[in-house]
Design a protein around this ligand. Sequence first.
Ligand code: CAA
Length: 241
Amino acid sequence: MSGRLAVVTGGTRGIGAAICVGLKNAGYRPIANYFGNVEAAKKFSDETGIPSYRFNVADFGECEAGVKHIVRDHGPIEVLINNAGITRDGTLHKMSYESWEDVIHTNLTSCFNMCRLVIDSMRDRGFGRIVNIGSINGQAGQYGQVNYAAAKSGIHGFTKALAQEGAAKNITVNAIAPGYVDTDMVRAVPHNVLEKIIAKIPAGRLGRAEDIARGVLFLVADDADFITGSTMSINGGQHMY
Ligand code: CAA
């Protein structure tokens, strides 16, 4: 039981919630960040006993205040899971600038914001575990997702660069690229489109949020210190490379 403090962005629903619960069961002290859905966050914290903190990960100033608050309440952040993400799907010729900007800032700039705010303390302490949640659609692209695919692809590059910077300080930085996981985000895909996608998953089913949490637990372990800069695909065999 490590007792390490772990912050999970977007941690009160879907994949993030499963990561928080997985971390708690493994003896970590998870903290969930959330922004949009206050009611869901309250329910999550009440049910799990995992504290949740509201701030917008797309906004550096809000992250700064949020991280300070968490550190003041619980101590230094040793594990960071950048999981928060949104979709604003649409083909490029119909996509607004706002849909582009919202997705880039929430999904990618958030990784800069949060990593920038925890990296000094991780460097000082000579320990850090960072996992960034990318996507199969950042690896392979996806019709109707130039914004999301660009942001998630960016996460994969960000991960490899920061991994090189952190390695000498025992800070590992890895990515997980989930496939289609049974969450609100995927349930929002039009039914007929989703059916065609599921038909292409060799495992024959959507992923479960716990399938992703399992990968996170593997990557954040104290003795996973030689695993850095990698991307773990968890997608039921839908995309391999
Ligand atoms: N490849 C090629 N053509 C496609 C296509 C595809 N994958 N998907 C749709 N098209 C075609 C359609 O066949 C249609 O052609 P016709 O006009 O000739 O019939 C045309 O594109 C327009 O399709 P739609 O009617 O669907 O257009 P729309 O503008 O109403 O919707 C869309 C477009 C928003 C992209 C919609 O198709 C959609 O939501 N697709 C799902 C996108 C997706 O997979 N998002 C993932 C969300 S979950 C997630 O992101 C989590 C994760 O990490 C995996």
